[in-house]
Design a protein around this ligand. Sequence first.
Ligand SMILES: *Cc1c(COP(=O)(O)O)cnc(C)c1O
Length: 369
Amino acid sequence: MIKFLDLKTINQLDREKYIQKFADVLDSGWYILGNEVKKFETKFSEYCGSKYCVGVASGLDALILILRGYKELGKLSDGDEILVPANTYIATIIAITENKLNPVLIEPDLNNFLIDIKLIEKNITDKTKAIMPVHLYGQAVDMHKIKKIADKHNLLVIDDCAQAHGAIVNGNKVGGLLSDASGFSFYPGKNLGAIGGDAGAITTNDFKLYEVISSLRNYGSKVKYYNDYIGLNSRLDEIHAAILNLKLPNLDSDNAKRRKIADYYRKNITNKNIILPNTENEESHVWHLFVIRTDNREKLQNYFIDNNIETLIHYPVPPHKQIAYKKLNSLSLPITEKIHNEVLSLPISPVMSMDDVKQVVTVLNNYGG
Ligand SMILES: *Cc1c(COP(=O)(O)O)cnc(C)c1O
């Protein structure tokens, strides 16, 4: 059986180091907002090229807290419109509606699955206050183009980097200098994944936002028992930060392994029933997912199962068709719906062997459609 993502193997590579680290944190007697979190925030902002980083409890909380922070700073208010790609993972949309803001769903570009930049300006109204691009599947959106539009219309740019740790666009890493604030997830399956639970972070160059979010994630308190905001409990745990500190130095080489697999797939998959993913330049894609398109997805997925290969669908139902968002159900977003009907994600990970990669290619090239 070729697994979609073998997390157990990934996390066994440095098993002894992790166990030692768990023991160190246990023995330190300090479990919340200590030195490991501080160290991770410093290292991760250095990695991304941002001035500040705040560790939080999840990727969803990272996005929620960015928007909440801008509300506290008076830059966003209830009912403001936020432009966001229609084909994102639901977390991006939840972060918006959770803050009583209105998501305006923009169709993606079928060639790269990313927000169709040509459609952004048409959707700007006097209520539009921010653009939230999503670097979906690991591919960075062209942030210079986004920034140009944002500057012209005085909009905030907040990017969802949950799938794109380390992707480089226009010479900068995502989460660095290209946006006002960025949200990251360290969900175990992400390119940089925590062990034992959820984790996330925000990067920004905006000191005021940094200060507000540092407080909001900790009950709205900077000084213990004195509360400036009605905050949340959304702190990055010491134990997670400690493991992330061990893993961060391997992120670039892990991404390079993903690139090598993606490159092999793209050069060797020749089946005419399959549309391969595109990328304009190597470094802008960290291949969190390798997503192909095909007309009869169910047939192809069953064929893979018959051949002992696990594939997944990211995602079967777009946000506007979810039961949770009844108000959005009547929207017509044909490109988004087409994508959700046709996409299939092939196995890819830093621990996937080239033999397995070749096996996936052989099986796929033999598929009759
Ligand atoms: C994973 C993910 C999130 C949410 O991250 P969690 O840590 O699971 O809360 C947000 N946006 C996108 C695009 C994601 O893939």
